[in-house]
Design a protein. Sequence first.
Length: 186
Amino acid sequence: MTGDDATVGGMAARYATALFELAQEAGQIDAVQGDLNRFDALLNESEDLRRLVRSPVFSADEQLKAISAILDRAGIAGLAGNFIRLVAQNRRLFAVTGMIRAFRALVARSRGEMTAEVTVAEPLSDARLDEVKQALREITSKDVNLQVKVDPAIIGGIIVQLGSRMVDASLRTKLTAIQTAMKEVR
């Protein structure tokens, strides 16, 4: 599964759009987004859950039963709970993270906001997060929601993806550039 796959992206966008329209009609956009964020956090915390979601080895029935138990225990019900169950039943659980990302983008767009994916080597303090938000607000002239991902592999620095634009100021990238330049000198 790759998030760059056009098929997954298109399908994820269609599912997210349907959920967004239902949530909008029901006046539950914030509640649905909160539940989806909680489910996304569960995915980020549990390798076993990620395996269940991504693996084609599990049948739709097995995925649905496991996901239902997880949703019940996490208190995720209503539109978001039904949506995730439907995704499992339709054998599309492998794309649920793309669906959540697309839903967030639809919510942000409806509010005149933008979403930036920020990757850092270690968690940022609230003050640093505010600095990043302010800098992006100045660039875009819009409110920017941050989705922060911690990836120690970047060693240090920051990677920011805002829409189709990406700025990679990670130490790993800089070291790779130096290594490449040194190879060319030889």
